[in-house]
Design a protein around this ligand. Structure first.
Ligand code: ATP
Ligand code: MG
Ligand code: MG
Ligand code: MG
Length: 476
């Protein structure tokens, strides 16, 4: 049985066996208490060891981090804070963890230190909680879409298209570094780098997702995404996971409704299914905040999740937002780090967070962005200046979702591609959705790790993905 099942068991007096890793051991000559965890829950099961019946050389090896196999009887606990504990009849040490060398100790480690031992940080309570929540959220995402008639579409990771036109791509190359094809001027011809074609790792599955939606009706993608942005922020990774629903016959309002319903569903799912882990994180992060005055968390984690559930997201146009930002005094010296100079500028996360945390005091959906700062495929509004884009902005995060209604008109789309310099001929396959049976459709991208930052309350995106990939961060 797992530790979780043992702790929830209503049986008493039954013989049980459990395997796990030692969190702590304490006691005296007569009796020892082992706190054992197997990853199934934040809570440890207490193993009570009668030292007169257990060889001393075995118990010497029972140190923090050691893998042990315990046989015994499940009994009602008198003092461990849990309902059940195990009265051990046998303790077998499967794998020792030399206390002088094992880096994870019972004391609370800083997140910075744990990032240095990223390969072992799963063994700590905090990362156990984060990665169990990550799993639960992934499951809830599939469940939501499945229950709402969406199909899971697998879009390619190696692709010839640069979805956003932002040039933040990792090249995929098969070129022989010793003998690459050369251009006339002697430089390497990277256009041939994938067996004669030019390819990249995907920055978004959206364009392919549109093909799926315009035939299956409702699809979503959920996979890794790569961006070669050399950004060392707490909100960006080089490799992150993105969820991208795309729906035929949806306009921008349907799209906003979907985004709000989806996010609320996921948060409710976490509250209903991950409460032990959330409570642990809430307490741990409050301690961390006290220690370091790190992130400004004006609200406790669970309160913050409930707050989002119980408020309608404020729907605001970009133009209104610029007005608000230009007339606001965000801090003591009355300025943003990046001043908002006027209509047309792209918003930074400090602006987004100001709108959410200080002005509206609830999540915000911003629409009607200037077309110059958004991607070519977004539907152009009748004013000729803005597009039917929507960004969902969350407290603590800023942008959590970016989406839009897509331009369904072939001529307008081609004109826009020419304006921004996207080669129309290479996008024939995409344009065919507008040539044959075109219709309005919409979708969005939710950054999985940004969602997890919000749900877990963690402050750094590198702490919500098991193996972070960021500049200078790819050791294993
Ligand atoms: P930002 O403005 O924060 O850089 P973006 O506008 O470039 O984000 P989009 O292209 O709109 O991002 O991607 C959709 C979503 O993917 C974003 O709303 C965000 O949640 C997430 N996202 C984008 N870039 C990253 C990244 N480098 N690391 C993690 N998540 C990301
Ligand atoms: Mg970006
Ligand atoms: Mg953005
Ligand atoms: Mg965006």
């Amino acid at each position: 049985m797992s530790v979780k099942e043992l702790l929830q068991s209503t049986d008493c007096g039954i013989e049980v066996e459990v395997k796990g890793w030692v969190r702590t051991k304490r006691g005296n000559k007569q009796v020892n208490f082992i706190a054992l965890n197997d990853g199934s829950t934040i809570n440890n099961i207490q193993v009570v060891v009668d030292m007169e019946k257990t060889p001393e050389e075995v118990m010497k090896k029972v140190t923090t981090g050691a893998a042990v196999h315990v046989k015994g009887v499940l009994v009602e606990s008198t003092g461990s804070g849990q309902a059940r504990e195990i009265q051990a009849s046998e303790v077998i040490v499967m794998g020792e963890a030399d206390p002088d060398k094992y880096p994870i100790q019972p004391k609370k480690h800083s997140l910075e230190f744990l990032r240095e031992v990223a390969h072992l940080r799963f063994r700590t309570n905090i990362f156990g909680a984060v990665f169990r929540i990550r799993h639960a959220m992934a499951y809830a995402i599939h469940k939501y879409f499945n229950d709402h008639g969406f199909y899971y579409l697998h879009t390619p990771l190696i692709t010839a298209s640069d979805c956003e036109g932002a040039g933040e791509m990792f090249r995929v190359t098969t070129l022989d570094p010793k003998n690459p094809p050369l251009l006339e001027d002697g430089s390497v011809d990277f256009r041939q780098d994938f067996f004669g074609k030019s390819t990249n790792l995907t920055v978004s599955g959206q364009l392919e997702g549109e093909l799926g939606a315009m035939s299956l009706g409702r699809i979503y993608t959920f996979g890794p995404t790569f961006r070669a942005e050399n950004s060392n922020t707490t909100r960006h990774l080089s490799e992150f996971w993105m969820i991208e629903p795309e729906v035929a016959f949806y306009d921008i309002n349907d799209n906003m409704d979907l985004a709000e319903d989806f996010l609320k569903y996921l948060i409710r799912y976490a509250l209903d299914n991950c409460m032990d882990d959330l409570q642990f994180l809430s307490k741990r992060l409050q301690e961390e905040e006290k220690d370091k005055k790190a992130e400004d968390r004006s609200m406790e984690l669970i309160e913050k999740l409930q707050f989002v559930l119980t408020h309608d997201f404020e729907r605001v146009t970009y133009t209104e937002a610029i007005d608000i930002l230009m007339n606001s005094k965000p801090n003591k010296n009355g300025k943003f780090q990046y001043p908002v100079t006027g209509w047309g500028v792209d918003l930074q996360s400090e602006h987004e967070r100001y709108l959410v945390e200080k002005h509206f005091k609830k999540p915000v959906i911003l629409t009607g962005y200037p077309k110059e700062i958004k991607a070519f495929y977004m539907k152009q509004n009748p004013d000729g200046k803005t597009v039917a884009a929507m960004d969902v902005l969350f407290p603590q995060i800023g942008e959590i979702i970016g989406g839009s209604q897509r331009e369904e008109n072939y001529d307008k789309l081609v004109t826009r591609m020419q304006e921004v310099g996207i080669p129309v001929s290479s996008m024939w396959w995409y344009l065919d959705t507008r040539r044959f049976g075109s219709a309005e459709h919409s979708g969005f991208g939710l950054g999985f790790e940004r969602l997890l930052l919000f749900v877990t309350g963690m402050g750094n995106i590198r702490d919500v993905i098991p193996f972070p990939r960021a500049p200078k961060n790819a050791e294993f």
